[in-house]
Design a binder for this molecule. Structure first.
Ligand SMILES: NC(=O)c1ccc[n+]([C@@H]2O[C@H](COP(=O)([O-])OP(=O)(O)OC[C@H]3O[C@@H](n4cnc5c(N)ncnc54)[C@H](O)[C@@H]3O)[C@@H](O)[C@H]2O)c1
Length: 337
């Protein structure tokens, strides 16, 4: 079975490629290295002792993409990770985000149509729910108006796939709504490689503990939560990667109930920022300098997944806990120094 992974050298993509190779799938990666490094390929090979095919290709390049699909007409599935993902940057450069996240999705789907390929997995996000009215968040929760162009690209992306699936019964797609992926592979050969100042909590924590940043800013301690800090559902990236294989096999084995489905991927448990800090200090024995600052605009109070549908329908459950994830993130950080 041959699987195309777009964005396969990125954070989640690289962990998914490892899981695919370990399950003996043939993997072809497309990545333009806009937010990743070619060294990730060595990490993947060193873990799996296998070398996936790699195409340094920009999905925006319609001609090159067409040539790629001409060469690979025998794909059994496509996992589409490639996208730009920095929320703040998307506010500054909305058109770049719509071009890179929406145009490329349309181009990939057009190529799939041309070659009559099915089995498509899309990286969506819990950001589509905004601040949900009820917690935990089920897949039935309404999609709220996006807070950023980035969030909007995920909503529009889902709609495009849904509308395409409606009129193409041969096509099967799944959108996976990730909660907050963290951690690294236990081998420390691959992990998260943020370029510039990290926007996410965990890389900021590990870089602060490593002395690269002076202190961590905790945005707001006056939220209506048990300790006043914001709550998220942190999921180990290896658990997340495994969910992609389960979703892909659901499509390949035609076990899907509809030709377009949506699943939440989270642990079902919410942790506050202060809980994460304390868990990090406990598992790493590192003291983390932090200060409380004002709330950050656009941040929601709390989000964690109802995992019933993923557990029962998809047949997947997160296995690793937050402490394991934080430990792996720290070990990965130590390897970067
Ligand atoms: N990390 C998160 O917190 C999170 C949460 C929810 C959803 N997602 C989504 O999951 C996907 C993967 O996220 P990630 O954290 O691994 O991001 P990442 O930036 O580490 O990986 C994305 C990869 O895609 C590549 N890429 C981007 N544009 C491309 C293009 N035009 N052509 C070819 N390659 C291109 C980048 O070089 C990078 O290697 C993204 O779609 C992201 O929006 C991520």
């Amino acid at each position: 079975m041959k699987i195309l992974v777009t964005g396969g050298l990125g954070f989640i993509g690289s962990h998914t490629v490892v899981e695919l190779l370990q399950k003996n799938y043939e993997v072809v990666i497309i990545d333009n290295l806009s937010n990743s490094s070619i060294s990730v390929l060595e990490g993947i090979t060193s873990i799996t002792q296998k070398s996936p095919q790699f195409y340094k290709l920009d999905l925006k390049d319609k001609l090159e993409l067409s040539e790629f699909f001409e060469e690979h007409q025998d794909l059994d599935g496509i996992i589409h990770f490639a996208a730009s993902k920095a929320v703040g940057e998307s506010v500054e450069k909305p058109l770049m985000y719509y071009e890179n996240n929406i145009n490329t999705l349309v181009l990939v789907l057009q190529e799939m149509r041309r070659k009559e390929l099915s089995n498509f997995i899309f990286s969506s996000s819990c950001t589509v729910y905004g601040q949900a009215d009820e917690l935990p968040i089920t897949e039935e929760a309404p999609v709220k108006k996006a807070e950023s162009p980035y969030g909007n690209t995920k909503q529009i992306g889902e709609e495009i796939i849904q509308e395409y699936a409606k009129v193409n019964s041969e096509f099967s797609g799944i959108s996976l709504r990730y909660f907050n992926p963290i951690g690294a592979h236990k081998s420390t050969q691959i992990g998260e490689l943020p370029i510039g100042v990290p926007q996410n909590l965990i890389p900021f924590i590990t870089q602060t503990a490593a002395g690269e940043r002076k202190e961590l800013s905790v945005f707001g301690d006056d939220y209506p939560t048990q300790d006043g800090t914001a709550i998220r559902d942190y999921i180990h990236v290896v658990d997340l990667a495994k969910a992609h294989i389960v979703a892909l096999e659901r499509l390949i084995q035609k076990k899907n109930k509809k030709n377009y489905e949506v699943f939440n991927l989270g642990t079902g448990k919410g942790n506050s920022v202060l809980e994460v800090i304390h868990a990090f200090e406990k598992v790493t024995q590192q003291k983390l300098p932090y200060k409380i600052v004002d709330r950050r605009e656009g941040d929601i109070i709390a989000a964690y997944a109802d995992t019933t549908k993923a557990n029962n329908d998809l047949g997947w459950k997160a296995e690793l806990g937050i402490e394991e994830a934080l430990k792996s993130a720290w070990e990965w950080q130590l390897k970067q120094d």
